[in-house]
Write a protein that binds this ligand. Structure first.
Ligand SMILES: C[S@@+](CC[C@H](N)C(=O)[O-])C[C@H]1O[C@@H](n2cnc3c(N)ncnc32)[C@H](O)[C@@H]1O
Length: 247
């Protein structure tokens, strides 16, 4: 039984066919969802982010619908998982305290927690946070290890943390939901809560492939104007992009 919010999303999305989307991961996503028999999710408007960028209402509707499916999709993309590992392995060291903004079902947070580092998983959507909590409990039970994972709900444009709190801030595929103005605000917030010398690492896609994401040029300009000391942008596999920046 769909919630009325999820039904609204379905109604608005009936005319969409994601399998014709120009962006390779979206095409793959559509195929995958079809395979798992989820015609409901296939029709959903969840990745039509461009026209909905900046709408909290859209995020709420979208993830009400998508939270139970999320881990049937993204973790099954080997290149996505490898990119997430690459990001974590190249930033999180020793006893680094990490913040993962837009943690979703905790893909990045749990990689960090599995290394034994303390991590805060932060997200707007309670159902996504609930999935992370469930996975963390299961994984702790299985491995017998205690995760130093704290979950916190809120908006990335007003982070409820003190200045200079974290060694590393990560964020995967969250900024794509924001308007350009909100994106700059959120990244400035991420910089604010980083310690001096701390590192930001964003898992994104290449803006040269689709207008949902930013080009290298835009990233370099924005990060410099926000005040990061240095930036490094790495494109991996066919579509992923990791934006590293030091405070
Ligand atoms: C595409 S998912 C990515 C989840 C995870 N980082 C990953 O890589 O699988 C985007 C997540 O960002 C969250 N989100 C969107 N807008 C947000 C905001 N303004 N503040 C905090 N989280 C937000 C959504 O609730 C969702 O869980």
């Amino acid at each position: 039984m769909l919630s009325s919010e999820a039904e609204d999303v379905m109604d608005a999305a009936k005319k969409q066919d994601l399998s014709n989307d120009e962006h390779p991961p979206v095409k793959r996503l559509a195929k995958k969802l079809k395979k798992i028999g989820s015609t409901m999710a296939l029709k959903a408007d969840f990745l039509r982010t461009r026209k909905n960028q900046g709408s909290t209402e859209h995020i709420n509707k979208l993830y009400n619908l998508f939270a139970p499916f999320y881990d049937l999709v993204w973790p099954s993309f080997k290149d996505y998982v490898a990119s997430a590992h690459y990001l974590v392995d190249n930033t999180v060291k020793d006893s680094h305290h990490v913040l993962d903004v837009g943690t979703g079902t905790g893909i990045l947070s749990l990689l960090v927690a599995d290394k034994g580092n303390p991590v805060v998983g932060f997200d707007l959507h309670p159902k996504m946070l609930a999935q992370t909590r469930k996975k963390a409990t299961k994984s702790s039970r299985r491995s017998g290890r205690v995760h130093h994972l704290e979950l916190c709900r809120g908006d990335a444009t007003i982070l409820p943390f003190q200045d200079n709190s974290f060694d590393v801030v990560t964020s995967g595929f969250m900024l794509v939901h924001l308007s350009q103005e909100q994106k700059v605000t959120a990244v400035a917030e991420m910089r604010r809560v980083l310690k001096v010398g701390g590192e930001l690492a964003l898992l994104e896609s290449r803006g040269e492939l689709t207008e949902r994401y930013d080009t290298r040029e835009v990233w370099e300009e924005n990060l410099a104007s926000i005040g990061f000391a240095s930036t490094r942008i790495e494109d991996i596999f066919d579509v992923y992009r990791i934006v590293f920046a030091i405070k």
